[in-house]
Design a protein around this ligand. Sequence first.
Ligand code: ARG
Length: 580
Amino acid sequence: MNVLKFLDQKISAALVAAGAPADSPAMVRQSARVQFGDYQSNGVMPVAKKLGMNPRELAQKVIDNLDLTEAADKIEIAGPGFINIFLKPEWMAEKLSGYVQDDRAGVEEAATRQTIVVDLSAPNVAKEMHVAHLRSTVIGDAVSKTLEFLGHKVVRANHIGDWGTQFGMLIAHLEDLQKDNPDVMNSELGDLENFYRESKKHYDSDEEFAKRARNYVVKLQGGDEWCLTQWKKLVDVTMEQNLNTYKRLGVNITARDTMGESMYNDMLPAIVEDMKGKGLAVEDDGAMVVYLDEYKNKDGDPMGVIVQKRDGGFLYTTTDIACARYRYENLGADRVLYYIDARQAQHLQQAWTIVRKAGYVPEHVTLEHHAFGMMLGKDNKPFKTRAGGVVKLASLLDEATARATRLIEEKSGDMPAEQKAEVINAIAMGSVKYSDLSKNRTSDYVFEWDNMLSFEGNTAPYMMYAYTRVQSIFRKAGVDVAALGGDIAIKEDAERELAIKLMQFSEAVEGVAREGMPHILCAYLFELAGCFMKFYEFCPVNKVDVPADVKTSRLQLCALTARTLKLGLGCIGIETVEQM
Ligand code: ARG
C-alpha cells in the first residue's frame, strides 16, 4: 500500500474514533513545502464545522487516536487544523528496501481489475492523420499503458471515420483513376490528402460526377458489393499507412483495435426505433429528433438533436450513441475514456445525455471526455505547413529523426552504427511524444523543435539522459544491480528528498490512471531526476573514501531511481536507452 493510502486509512480511522461521522474523508495530500512535513491531512476542518467543534481541538483528538509511532517521528497541528506528518527515515528506508527488491518499484496492481475502453487516435479514411490525431494517439496510448501497468484490461478502440456521404465522391474518383491506372491503389495513394482534395474538387465542379457520387452513396449504404469493395480498398490503404505510423511511434494500436464508424452502421435503425418506442426520438418534418431540455437553442427552447435525417441517413451523433451502448454491452466496459479534441465536447455531451436517458449505459459506468487543446505553431496559431496545409504526420516524424540524427552525431558520433540508430529513434519519437505528454492536455501547446530536443528542462532527452547517468554509476562501481543487498540508511537531506520522491511513484501512476493525464507522471519523473542529480552532487557513491555500507545504501537508491525512471517512462510510452 502506498504512503498516501496508508496515512489516509489511519487518519480516517482516527477521525471516526475522535467522533467524526463514519466515512469522513481524511483528505491526505503530499505536502507542498518541507515545513509542512511529507504529508498533510485536511479532513479535520470540514468535520469540525459539521459538528460545531473547534477544529484545532478536534485535530488534537484525532492525533490522540492516531498510532503512527512506526512511520512518523513528528505530527503537528498547523493553521486552522491541518495535520502535518513527518515520516521517519528508518521507516522510509525499510519500505524502500522492499521496493528495491520489487521489479514494479513498489507499484501494486489495482485492487479491482476494471475493463476500460479507450477511444483514441480515430483518424479519417482517405485523409492524412493530422495533429489532433497525433495528440489523441499519443496521450490515449500513454494512459492505456499506465492502466495496463496497474493491471486493468484496456480495450483500445480506434473509432476511425470510415463511413459517411463523402465515400460516394471518393469511390467515383477512385473509379476514374483506376480507368487510367489499374494499379493506382499501390502507386498514387501515398498522398491521401491530395486524393481527397481532388475528389472534392471534382465533386464541386462536375455535375455528372456529383450525380454518380451520390448514386454510389445510396448503393454503398444498400450494401452494393462493388461499392463495398472500392470502399474497403480506401479503408485498407489508409489504415496500412496509419498502422505504420503507430509502429514508428511505438504506440500499441493494431489492426484489431480498429472499430470505426462503419461498425455501428447496422445497429443504427434499431437504435432509432428503440428511442422512438421510448418516446425519446420524435418525428419532426420527416427527420427523427431527440429534444433535450438540458440544452437550449438560441430561442431558449430545448435543443433538438437529429438522429436520423429526412433522407434516412444517420449522423455522427447516432453512431456515438450506438457506440457507447456497444462498449458497455459487448465490451463490458466499467469506464470509457474518450481522447478527443475539446471542440467535440458538446457533441459528446449530447450523445451521452441521450445514452443515459435511453438507459443504454448505467450510471456507474463512466463516460469521460478526456479533452485536449490544440497543437500550435511557434506563431501561436494552429500548427500548419507554411502554405497553410495540414502537416503530414509522416513528414513530422521524418523531421524529428533528421534533427535527432544531427544531435546525436554531435554528442556521441563514435557510437557503433546500430546502437546509434536505436538512440536516434528513441530520441526522435520520444521527443515528439514527450513534448505533448508533459503538458496538461486541456490547454493548447506550442510545438517547438528546439525546446523538445533540448537536454535541459522537462524534455525526453533530459529524462533519457538522467537514466543513462544512473546506469553509468553502476558501470563505474562494477556492481550487479540484481545482486545488491544490505541496508538503506537515510542521513543527508539530499538522500531524504530522493527517498521520499521514490516512495511516491505509485501515487503519480495512480494519478494518471484516475485523471487520464500523463503530465502528472512526467512532472513526477522530472522532479525525481532533479532529486537524483542533487543527491549525486552531495552524496558521492563511487569515491574511494565512501564507507562500504554507505556505498551499498546509496547504490540501492541509485538502483531504485533507475528502475523508477525506466518504468515510469515506459508507462507513458517513452523508450530508454542504456547509453547515449
Ligand atoms: N474521426 C473523428 C475526427 O477526426 C474523431 C472520432 C472520435 N471518437 C468518437 N467516438 N467520436 O474528428
